[in-house]
Design a protein around this ligand. Sequence first.
Ligand SMILES: NC(=O)c1ccc[n+]([C@@H]2O[C@H](COP(=O)([O-])OP(=O)(O)OC[C@H]3O[C@@H](n4cnc5c(N)ncnc54)[C@H](OP(=O)(O)O)[C@@H]3O)[C@@H](O)[C@H]2O)c1
Length: 212
Amino acid sequence: MEVIAADLADPAAPARLVADCEARGLRVDTLVNNAGFGVPGRYLAKDWATHQASLQVLLVAVCELSHRFLPAMEAEGRGRILNVASLAGLVPPTGGHTLYGPTKAFVIRFSETLAKEVGPKGVNVTALCPGMTYTEFHDVNGMRATVSKLPKGIWLDAATVAKLGVDAVESGRTRLITGRANRLIAALSKYLPDRLAGALIAAKAKDFRDEG
Ligand SMILES: NC(=O)c1ccc[n+]([C@@H]2O[C@H](COP(=O)([O-])OP(=O)(O)OC[C@H]3O[C@@H](n4cnc5c(N)ncnc54)[C@H](OP(=O)(O)O)[C@@H]3O)[C@@H](O)[C@H]2O)c1
């Protein structure tokens, strides 16, 4: 196994990563866009550099790495792109973590659009939409104590989510929401009137969002 470290908040990183792979003679047939972090609080509580870094990692790097690795996948007639989005991209907005939900919604639509283009050329693209998952995510963004109040039943472990994602991209599914509870939340968000779905999520927001 070869490891190439890169800070994807650096706009030059995706091009450098691809060049490094080429220099080492590595052919990438599976791309997993997984890197991400959350920025709690209201939009103006953080400086622009923080928001810019989150857009670069969660959105621009996802698009650029896909664009740069796709030509070889198409040429081979086989490839896999697994974009780790989130249930946050499918539920009504709350205040706080301002760019997170919108970027994940973008990643879902981007994946589905790209899948239509490249699916017929043998490249599967999947948006994986996990709900609450046991990783370091909420330790890194300081939300562990808050999200710990959420019911245990909605949480999945990282290995389960990763396996579901791999199975989904292998089988050519374009969107996968992990876990029954999360699928129910997504369905309610989609089929309830906006105002009712928004009120339901607002009532729970304090358990997973820092809106301050
Ligand atoms: N955990 C959840 O409840 C949850 C739910 C839905 C979606 N997600 C999504 O799942 C994905 C993985 O997150 P996770 O839950 O596994 O969180 P995590 O344990 O904090 O892992 C985040 C990963 O992203 C990498 N990363 C962060 N900033 C980076 C940067 N600037 N450049 C390169 N790599 C960077 C981290 O690398 P380092 O360790 O080297 O910093 C780490 O490998 C994210 O896209 C997240 O939005 C998570």
